[in-house]
Design a protein around this ligand. Structure first.
Ligand SMILES: Cc1cc2nc3c(=O)[nH]c(=O)nc-3n(C[C@H](O)[C@H](O)[C@H](O)COP(=O)(O)O)c2cc1C
Length: 192
């Protein structure tokens, strides 16, 4: 069966072409353009409309300050140079609402923040930027949490490292999906 529309086919092509770019160049979308991307990426399924997320941009010398926070958290004497790998880091924060867990449990709220980050990465890729989502245990440390001004109920889910596409961008390579990825329920339901 064919796609219904050309638009659908085009979107599928864009989605399939997305690839994380471990190395990016020195340019990055400015605040205005980024805000436009975020307005689009923010249109996600969100149980209860809680918007349980926020994004924090880190540019220029603030990346060095983050490197210092990472060093403080790791007990290193020198600042981490990892944040310098891209001109723009977009920290993804889940602003969880424990008071709403009865309606939208924690995992649903985390899912919303992840949807936004994924949409943003897709849009960045579609508009010709490179990005890569990076995280690690460091996101749970006091120094790094404080750097992003996290409240107690918030969780840092890592950073999108954003910059211009490298000369030779990484292309999407994904093994074919296994048969189990999409099956009719009558093939999977257990009798018990
Ligand atoms: C929440 C999250 C955190 C990640 N953290 C890291 C990381 O710290 N280091 C890393 O090399 N890849 C990390 N990845 C994986 C990369 O972002 C990327 O998906 C991976 O390199 C595969 O490339 P692809 O997206 O082109 O398939 C993370 C992915 C997610 C979703």
């Amino acid at each position: 069966m064919k796609f219904h529309t050309k638009r659908g086919r085009r979107l599928a092509r864009l989605m399939r072409a997305r690839a994380s770019q471990p190395g990016v160049g020195d340019e990055a979308p400015d605040d205005r353009l980024l805000a436009r991307y975020v307005r689009a990426a923010a249109n996600v399924p969100d149980h209860g409309g809680l918007r349980p997320w926020r994004l924090v941009t880190i540019r220029g010398g603030q990346r060095e300050a983050l490197g210092q926070a990472i060093a403080d958290a790791s007990g290193d004497r020198r600042p981490s140079t990892k944040p310098l790998r891209a001109p723009l880091l977009v920290a993804v924060v889940a602003s969880l609402r424990p008071d709403r867990y009865r309606k939208a449990p924690e995992w649903e709220q985390l899912a919303v923040a992840v949807e936004v980050a994924h949409g943003l990465q897709l849009l960045l890729a579609a508009d010709g930027w490179g990005s890569m989502w990076r995280s690690g245990r460091i996101v749970e440390t006091d120094a790094v949490r404080a750097f992003h001004g996290l409240a107690e109920s918030e969780r840092l889910l890592g950073w999108l490292y954003v910059g211009s596409l490298p000369e030779r961008p990484k292309t999407a390579h994904r093994p074919a999906l296994p048969d189990t990825a999409l099956r009719p329920v009558e093939d999977v339901a257990r009798a018990d």
